[in-house]
Design a protein around this ligand. Structure first.
Ligand SMILES: *Cc1c(COP(=O)(O)O)cnc(C)c1O
Length: 401
């Protein structure tokens, strides 16, 4: 075993199950291991590397800002923050934003905003506000958030959980409608469930959720931490359904593949519930993060990466369908956000990942015996073709065995 792996195993908590590969370098959609082997990155760090590894423009913004002023806390004003939030709000159609670091923090911010909005604007009686979430969700790993999860392993051993949360089946707008009461503050939902196995809801689902939330004065909060910023072929995945949420969480790709940068963005009356001291984060909105986030959004626009994800995604989806493998049970997704589900009786998703890695393609399995293809959006068609060819070889080999 490599020394690097042994050292990590000895000192690091055992909370992940990494592939036995040590990565030392990345550029665009490719990464290299200790032995100089090159891989195509078909996972894009769960969308955190949507704009590619070490994008030169983002590296430049990072290093320039790091050499000037990196972290001062929001006890002071700094130049990068305002223009970063202006760009993020303009691109998502929101009126204001609260900067945090990780996706989970942006979701926590959304929960706090929804509750305070319910008490101060909607006039829900004190202590009664409820937030509805969808079964199979993934919104992060804090206590409150795993309390909303329906996945046993995320919850087991970590209770008790805060109250005030209600779960409804994903993709079922009637269930949402039935679950709403006068005390409902918000419905929190991923437009496409990512960690849950790239689950695409039925057509018209989000639009119906939008109508129901509007009619019942309930906030529709889209968690676009994974689906946002070009991944599905639009800046926000909600746009596919012509839906404008009342609030959005962004993270992952927002950090340009460099840093944790997240935002809670919302319409005016929601973002305005926050008063000085209500909520915050030592690192949230720091000049280094804001400079990187600003540049990342600039890259998304200037390189037209949403359109690229839409075009390449359509092409990739066709290529995957043309494999016509009996080992594949389902292929689903949108843009460059694709889940491939295998017949668990015939091949395990983890075995597919190991087989792909041996052929120079990296990805990771997720729920429902599914692997994801969610590469950096800067990937080329040739690189995608290489990944599909590797998958074909892995599946052929299993069929022959
Ligand atoms: C990854 C993810 C989060 C949590 O983000 P972290 O940066 O890991 O805290 C929240 N919501 C969704 C939809 C995610 O995919």
């Amino acid at each position: 075993m490599s020394n690097t792996i042994a050292l990590e195993r000895k000192w690091c908590a055992n909370n992940y199950h990494p592939l036995p590969i040590v990565l030392v370098k990345g550029l665009g959609a490719e990464v290299w291991d200790e032995d100089g082997r090159r891989y195509i990155d078909m996972m894009g760090c769960y969308s955190a590397v949507s704009f590619g590894h070490s994008h030169p423009r983002i590296v430049k913004a990072l290093t320039e800002q790091a050499g000037r002023l990196a972290v001062v806390s929001r006890a002071y004003h700094t130049r990068p923050l305002g223009r970063f939030l202006e760009r993020a709000c303009r691109m998502t159609g929101m009126d204001g934003a609260l900067p945090m670091n990780t996706g989970a923090e942006a979701v926590e911010t959304a929960l706090k905003a929804a509750r305070k909005w319910a008490y101060t604007v909607k006039k829900v009686p004190p202590g009664q506000a409820r937030v509805i979430s969808a079964a199979g969700n993934f919104h992060g790993r804090t206590i409150a958030i795993v309390g909303m999860s329906t996945v046993g392993q995320y919850r087991d051993g970590f209770g008790p959980y805060p109250g005030g949360f209600v779960s409804v089946p994903f993709g079922d707008a009637d269930a949402l409608e039935r679950a709403i009461t006068p005390d409902t503050a918000a419905f929190l939902v991923e437009p496409i469930q990512g960690e849950g196995g790239i689950i695409v809801p039925p057509p018209g689902y989000l639009a119906r959720c939008r109508d129901i939330c509007t009619a019942r004065n309930v906030l529709l909060i889209a968690d676009e931490v994974q689906t946002g910023l070009g991944r599905t072929g639009r800046v926000l995945a909600c746009e596919h359904d012509g839906v404008r949420p009342d609030a959005v969480t962004l993270g992952k790709a927002l950090g340009g593949g460099m840093l944790p940068v997240s935002l809670f963005l919302a319409r005016r009356d929601v973002i305005d519930v926050f008063r000085p001291g209500d909520h915050g984060s030592t690192f949230g909105g720091n000049p280094l993060a804001a400079a990187v986030g600003f540049e990342a959004l600039g890259v998304l626009e200037d390189e037209r990466l949403s359109q690229r994800a839409a075009d390449l995604g359509t092409w990739l989806m066709e290529r995957l369908h043309s494999l016509a493998s009996p080992l594949i049970q389902d292929i689903r997704g949108r843009g460059l956000f694709i889940g491939i589900e295998f017949d668990p009786a015939r091949i395990g998703a983890n075995d597919v990942c190991l087989g792909l890695a041996a052929r120079g393609v990296l990805t990771k399995d997720t729920h429902r015996n599914t692997i994801r293809f969610a590469p950096p959006l800067v990937i080329s068609r040739d690189q995608l073709a290489e990944a599909v060819e590797a998958l074909r070889l892995v599946l052929d080999e299993r069929m022959a065995a």
